[in-house]
Design a protein around this ligand. Structure first.
Ligand code: ZN
Length: 284
């Protein structure tokens, strides 16, 4: 998909803390510029896709995902299992809402394990597919006005895609039952060594889709401010299908050598320790 200036919106302020104090981060990728907020350290795309362009982008996201090769889909299924086991040990079966549930594939795992499954999806095609199996709300989560409550609300690889992430998190907190959990998972971690080393060549830097890169601190401060407590934090890597220790270490070492020689790193980072975060918060 190609985009023109008409598809972009320019941010003057950090989309998380609203500070206008930021510095350039990394080099442009496909003409997308990124910045790091000097106040909260969020890394964000400055000239990002606007709401209309995002709608166009996600309208066919499902087809695009299906076109991804069989290996990638198999790897994602293994991740669903790992992440499900992690949260299931904490929450146990109940009523789950998966925000940005795509075609409902992560929810399928919950359903197979006795959960009551609900989802929210912005992409029309994916929402239609998920609706065949689960209770699905279609549209912008923060504007749907959902009235039922949930025991577990999941954001899997989602919050970094949202132009107004606070509105989504606020809505999740509102819809969470007392004693319920919010699970943020498969979200890129800007505190990762590879993010700092590779910058725009970090494998998570996909500016069309990943509008910002959070650090665990962003969530920690936010959830504390709304009365939720962190109860688990994990960074999947070694047990994932993406890990290839020897090759990954060699690639990262090569990048370190390039940086020491004052050269820009010119290849995309491999999977590595710390790249992705999974964090669980509880509403007491
Ligand atoms: Zn900020």
């Amino acid at each position: 998909m190609t985009f023109t200036a008409m598809d972009l919106e320019m941010l003057a302020e950090c989309p998380w803390c609203c500070s206008s104090d930021h510095v350039e981060w990394g080099r442009p990728v496909r003409n997308f510029l990124s910045a790091e907020c000097m106040s909260c350290k969020l890394i964000f795309v400055k000239n990002r896709l606007n709401e209309k362009a995002l709608q166009k982008y996600y309208a066919t996201y499902l087809t695009d995902m299906h076109r991804a090769d069989a290996l990638k889909n198999k790897q994602r299924e293994l991740m669903y299992e790992l992440e499900f086991k992690f949260i299931d040990k904490i929450s146990g079966p109940g009523k789950v809402l998966d925000v940005g549930c795509g075609a409902g594939l992560f929810l399928d795992v919950f359903k197979a394990n006795g959960y009551s499954c609900h989802g929210v999806e912005f992409g029309a095609e994916a929402a239609a597919a998920a609706s065949k199996k689960h209770q699905i709300y279609t549209g912008n989560f923060s504007k749907l006005g959902i009235t039922e409550k949930f025991d577990l609300i999941v954001f899997r690889g989602v919050i970094e895609h949202i132009p107004q992430p606070r509105a989504y998190l606020d809505e999740a907190v509102r819809l969470l039952d007392n004693g319920g959990y919010i699970f943020i998972t498969s979200t890129p971690n800007a505190d990762a060594f590879s993010c700092e080393l590779f910058k725009e060549k970090w494998n998570q830097h996909v500016p069309e889709a990943h509008l910002m890169h959070f650090r665990p601190d962003h969530f920690e401060q936010y959830f504390r401010s709304v009365g939720l407590e962190i109860i688990a934090e994990y960074f999947f890597y070694e047990e994932t299908p993406y890990a290839n220790f020897e090759e990954d270490i060699i690639a990262v070492a090569k990048a370190i050598e390039m940086r020491r020689a004052g050269k820009p790193v010119d290849f995309i980072s491999p999977g590595f320790w710390g790249n992705m975060m999974s964090i669980v918060y509880v509403k007491r």
